[in-house]
Write a protein that binds this ligand. Structure first.
Ligand SMILES: [Zn+2]
Length: 292
């Protein structure tokens, strides 16, 4: 199923992935790289000046980027990190990163190729022919590349992945590896929300089928559920890992929340208790920053 994912054009606001099965998107995707209309237009065309392949990563960029550039090495490592963390086989299908020199050229291309999509800092577009990331050289390049590449690796490995979980894992893995998916800003907001009486509802997230429905708070909650499942206990980790491994062969294995409920009958309460440990991490992180 073709899908489109995105990062916000105006940092730091987080936006999300588009997922659509509509004919419209099929048509839009047909107007993509392969259909020469854009190939010969140097203003709006895809980056073609520099190209190299590193394992399952193909990079086409306006600017020269050595194969051993830390950003590229980071993505190669991310692929291994995801396979290890999610206990999935190393993805084989390549993901192509189209890296534009600047935001203007990137925006021009996106506007031409995807006229109906709002501006975002980065996109992931998956079709049966190609898994592609589009972004530009900017301040958030590492975060954006990691986020979109996560979508790419997931869709190279799985038949499908629910929107909320796709975004939750992309939010998790966009954080540099040494932080194990810990997003201090999100942790802070989560703590405040819980203190104000907000309660998690993964079943609600599971109903979200279109990125237009997803608000910033939904990305935060999706990240929190991903973090919870990966770090709360072996039980929660197994629920996620088993679910993802079923998605390798079955695009619709039923809601993840049913599995959580079966493994942990009071999983909502457990989530809230886990969030308190995130708050603890936050305090520790704050203390570390002061010492630094
Ligand atoms: Zn995303």
């Amino acid at each position: 199923m073709p899908l489109v994912g995105a990062k916000s054009a105006n940092p730091p606001t987080r936006q999300g992935r588009w997922k659509s099965s509509s004919l419209l998107v099929m048509v839009l995707l047909c107007a993509l790289p392969g259909c020469g209309a854009f190939r010969h237009n140097t203003t709006t065309g895809l980056p073609q000046r520099h190209k190299f392949t590193a394992d399952q990563l193909v990079v086409q960029s306006d600017i020269r980027l050595p194969k051993n550039h830390p950003l590229i090495q980071d993505l190669e490592h991310l692929r291994e990190e995801m396979a290890h963390t999610l206990q999935l086989p190393l993805q084989k299908q390549p993901v192509t990163v189209y890296l534009f020199a600047d935001e203007v050229r990137y925006a021009q291309y996106l506007q031409t190729a995807f006229p109906n999509l709002p501006p975002r800092r980065a996109y992931f577009v998956g079709t049966t022919d190609e898994l592609a990331v589009y972004t530009f050289w900017g301040e958030k390049i590492q975060e954006d590349l990691r986020h979109e590449y996560t979508h790419g690796v997931l869709h190279a490995s799985l038949k499908d992945v629910p929107l909320w979980l796709d975004e939750g894992l992309a939010e998790y893995f966009e954080i540099v590896s040494s932080k194990h998916g810990f997003n201090a800003e999100y942790a802070q907001q989560l703590t405040e929300a819980l203190n104000n009486g907000w309660r998690p509802d993964v079943k609600r997230l599971e109903q979200l089928g279109d990125v237009g429905q997803m608000q910033k708070a939904d990305y935060l909650e999706a990240w929190a559920w991903a973090h919870f499942m990966l770090h709360d206990s072996e039980t929660t980790q197994a629920v996620l890992v088993d679910f993802l491994n079923e998605l390798r062969f079955d695009a619709h294995p039923g809601p993840l929340s049913d599995r959580l409920a079966k493994a942990l009958p009071h999983y909502d309460e457990r989530f809230v208790a886990y969030a308190a440990t995130l708050q603890q991490n936050l305090m520790t992180a704050g203390a570390t920053r002061i010492r630094d």
